[in-house]
Write a protein that binds this ligand. Structure first.
Ligand code: FE2
Length: 142
């Protein structure tokens, strides 16, 4: 998707992997309370702050950390009193569209189960794809 939209796949991948890291679990009596979630959720705000902090701690370029953090912040407007339609950058739009591709009613996609080894394989495959694009562009050394 990123390449088709002429978006840096490294930024898109980092943004996509981190986009929901601000989630909090809204449970009541052992069950997910979607109404509480809709009313009080600010996961994109928390996620943007956490993503930025994590990337800076890992030594990421500060401009990259800011771009990724903004993509996390704006991947949804469900917590905002206004729409972000037609306001997002290409990167932010790719992350939004990718997020909605996996969406299930009542936020059930947040609880998708996956075998750990399958997840590692998928991440490795994605990593190789991003590296191939960066190598082709001469942006990767060593
Ligand atoms: Fe989200």
């Amino acid at each position: 998707m990123a390449i088709e939209s002429n978006v840096d796949p490294d930024l898109a991948t980092k943004s996509a992997l981190l986009h929901d890291m601000g989630h909090y679990e809204w449970y009541r009596d052992g069950k997910w309370d979607y109404e509480e979630y809709r009313k009080h959720d600010i996961h994109a705000i928390k996620g943007a702050e956490r993503a930025h902090k994590l990337l800076i701690r890992l030594g990421e370029d500060r401009l990259v950390a800011k771009e990724v953090s903004l993509a996390v912040l704006l991947h949804t407007d469900s917590y905002l009193p206004f729409s972000l339609e037609a306001q997002r950058t290409e990167l932010q739009e790719v992350v939004r569209v990718a997020d909605e591709k996996d969406e299930q009613p009542s936020g059930l996609h947040h609880y998708k189960q996956m075998d750990k080894s399958e997840a590692i394989q998928l991440l490795h495959h994605l990593d190789l794809k991003v590296e191939a694009v960066l190598e082709k562009r001469g942006e990767l050394s060593g």
